[in-house]
Design a protein around this ligand. Structure first.
Ligand code: DOR
Length: 439
C-alpha cells in the first residue's frame, strides 16, 4: 500500500499553541496535515512516547560570520551547530566582513546558503548612514527578517548613532526595526577611564546600565515620534524592562539566554570568555529578566551567538573580542531552566517560536498547526547531560557553558518534515532554505 503520509510522529506530548496534549502529528509534503490521532499509513513513523514534541524552535539572533573568517564560523558550521542544538531556523546578523548592507550582498548570501545551511535562515540587513535611502527597498527583499541598527558600536563597522540619522532610518520603510541599544556617546566618553589589562569585570562598568537605558530611551523617543515599531535586542537591565512595559504599543523585547543564566561572577571565572555587548551584569538584572519572562514583557529569547577566535578572546580586556558562542547550547540551557521551574515548555515555545513569528512576520512557520511547516524540536526532559567543548561544532571550538549540567536535551530536529538531527547526528545533506516573511 502506498504511503499517504510522509511521516508520523507517534504518541509524544505535543506542545501546542493551546496547551499540551499527548498525540500524533502527520506530515505530508513538508507540512503538518494532522494533529491528534493519526490513522493513516506513513513512509516513516517515529515513536515519540515519553518525549515532548515542541514546535520547531528558532534562534532569532545569531552571527554566523559569513562572509568573514571561516576559521571562526561559517554558515555550514553555524547551522550544523544549530540543528545539533535543536533549532530549525536561525536569523543571521549582517555585521559580517563585508557587512550585508545592499541588495547585491543580500542576494549573494541567499544564494550561498543553499546547499550549505543545515537549518532554515532568515537574513538581517544592516543600516549605515550611507544606505538609508535604500533601506525601504532592502527590507522588502525576500527572506529579510529585519533591518538591524547598531546604535552603539560593537563587532564590525555598522553604526548609526546620532538622532538625526536614526530618525531618517525610521522614516525609511515600515517594518519593525531591530536595535542594538547602547548609547554610543556615553560609551566613547567613558572609554578613556579604562586601560588595557584591567579586570574583565570593568566591561560591565564601562558599558554600564545608563549606557543601555539611555540608548533605549533615545530610540523609543524617536520610535514614538516616527511611529516606527522597534524590537529592542538583548535588553540587559531592569531599568529598560520597566521602561519598555510602558511602550508595548511600539516596542517588542528580546532577552538573551546569557542574561537569564550568567551574572558578573562569570568575569573572574571565564575572563574574556564572559565578555559580550551588552555586558553580563549583576543578579538584580537577571532576576528582572526572569520577572519579564514571567509577566510577558519578553517576546523572544535568542543566543546572540557571536563566535570569536580563542586568540581574540584571550587578548587583555578591553581588546578581547566581545561576543559569546551560544547557538548550540541555547535549547539545552533553556530546557534546563524549564526543569528548574523558571518557565514552562509552553512559554519556551512562545519565546522561541510564536514570538519570533509575531515580531518578524514569519510566513508559514512558527506554529504547530495544520498547514504550517512541519518543524519540530523533539526533547527528552529526563535526559541529563553535561555541555562539553568537544560537542561544539563551531570551528572556534569553545563555549562559556562548558561543564554546565542540563536536565532536558533536544534529541531530534525536524525541518519541513525531514529529520535534520537525531541523537547527536546530523542527517543527510544541508537542506536549509531561506525563511519567508510578510511585508
Ligand atoms: O557581544 C556582541 N558580539 N555583541 C554584539 O552586538 C555583536 C556581537 C559580535 O558580532 O561579535
Amino acid at each position: 500500500m502506498a504511503a499517504e503520509l510522509d511521516l508520523v510522529l507517534r504518541g509524544g506530548t505535543l506542545v501546542l499553541p493551546w496547551g499540551e496534549a499527548v498525540g500524533d502529528v502527520a506530515v505530508r509534503g513538508g507540512r503538518i496535515v494532522g494533529l491528534g490521532t493519526v490513522d493513516g499509513h506513513a513512509a516513516e513513523e517515529i515513536d515519540c512516547r515519553g518525549l515532548h514534541v515542541l514546535p520547531g524552535l528558532i534562534d532569532s539572533h545569531v552571527h554566523l560570520r559569513e562572509p568573514g573568517d571561516a576559521s571562526v564560523e561559517t554558515i555550514e558550521t553555524g547551522t550544523r551547530a544549530a540543528v545539533l542544538g535543536g533549532l530549525v531556523a536561525v536569523f543571521d546578523m549582517p555585521n559580517t566582513n563585508p557587512s550585508i548592507t545592499d541588495v547585491a550582498r543580500l542576494d549573494w548570501k541567499r544564494d550561498h546558503l543553499k546547499g550549505r545551511a543545515w537549518c532554515d535562515m532568515g537574513l538581517y540587513v544592516g543600516a549605515t548612514k550611507a544606505n538609508i535611502a535604500g533601506l525601504a527597498e532592502l527590507e522588502a527583499q525576500p527572506n529579510v527578517c529585519a533591518i538591524k541598527v547598531f546604535a552603539g558600536s560593537s563587532t564590525g563597522d555598522l553604526l548609526v548613532e546620532d538622532d538625526e540619522s536614526l530618525e531618517r532610518v525610521m522614516r525609511a520603510g515600515r517594518r519593525r526595526i531591530c536595535y542594538h541599544s547602547e548609547d554610543e556617546y556615553r560609551l566613547q566618553a567613558r572609554k578613556p577611564a579604562y586601560s588595557s589589562g584591567m579586570p574583565h569585570r570593568m566591561h560591565a562598568e564601562w558599558r554600564d546600565v545608563e549606557c543601555a537605558f539611555l540608548g533605549t530611551r533615545r530610540l523609543m523617543a524617536l520610535a514614538r515620534k516616527t511611529g516606527r515599531p522597534a524590537h529592542i535586542l538583548h535588553v540587559s537591565t531592569a531599568e529598560e524592562l520597566d521602561y519598555l512595559r510602558d511602550h508595548r504599543d511600539l516596542a517588542t523585547v528580546e532577552v538573551l539566554l546569557n542574561h537569564l543564566t550568567q551574572t558578573d561572577e562569570a568575569y573572574d571565572r571565564l575572563g574574556g570568555y564572559a565578555v559580550m555587548n551588552p555586558p553580563i551584569r549583576d543578579a538584580r538584572h537577571l532576576e528582572a529578566a526572569w520577572r519579564a519572562v514571567a509577566d510577558g514583557t519578553v517576546d523572544t529569547v535568542g543566543s546572540d551567538h557571536a563566535p570569536h577566535s580563542r586568540a581574540a578572546k584571550e587578548r587583555p580586556w578591553p581588546d578581547c573580542g566581545a561576543g559569546l558562542t551560544g547557538v548550540q547550547t541555547l535549547v539545552p540551557l533553556m530546557l534546563d531552566h524549564v526543569s528548574a521551574g523558571r518557565l514552562s515548555l509552553s512559554r519556551l515555545a512562545d519565546l522561541m517560536c510564536a514570538g519570533p513569528a509575531r515580531v518578524y512576520g514569519v510566513v508559514g512557520k512558527g506554529r504547530m498547526a495544520a498547514g504550517y511547516d512541519a518543524d519540530f524540536t523533539v526533547v527528552d526532559m529526563k535526559r541529563v547531560r553535561t555541555i562539553e567543548e568537544s560537542w561544539i561544532a563551531s570551528p572556534c571550538g569553545w563555549t562559556p557553558f562548558a561543564g554546565h549540567r542540563c536536565t532536558g536535551w533536544p534529541v531530534m530536529t525536524i525541518i519541513r518534515g525531514t529529520v535534520a538531527m537525531r541523537e547527536d547526528e546530523v542527517q543527510g545533506t544541508p537542506g536549509g532554505a531561506p525563511v519567508r516573511f510578510g511585508r
